[in-house]
Design a protein. Sequence first.
Length: 175
Amino acid sequence: MARHERSAGFICFRRRRGERDGVEYLLLDYGRHWEYAKGHVDLGESDLDAALRELREETGITDVHVVEGFRHELVYFFRDRHKGLIRKTVVFFLAETSVTDADVLLSEEHVGFAFLPYDLAVKRVTFAGARQVLRAAHERLSAGGLTAGESLQPPAPTEESPTLFDPANPPPAGA
């Protein structure tokens, strides 16, 4: 029987200067893979609170506007050499920030970061699940007509959750 773990994080974006619809997505370099700010949900903590905490701890970013109606879950399995088989659920939210590169303060977990336009970001993320979440976020922004600085409420957990497991491209233990 698999042990269950839950994490939460953000697909964080900012608008490119001078471009109303142009956005750049924040990707973090974990040394062996590129992905988003995310981490374990603590006991008694909501998914959104965990995502906000992880974003702050991993990047120093606290000024975000959560996009209403975007909640995307990934479920996958991986094997940890100490814990055995893990069933991991990761809940992603979408948020806009106006930080500059100089405002990002990386934690020791990361060796770098980049704000990239969609076409480059989708090529840079390492795992298929991360690409799927980025595509869903980009579609939401493209179709949603989101206005600058729109401050929105957290979404209700009603969206269907795809289950992903790619044995040829598993996420790293604990990701």
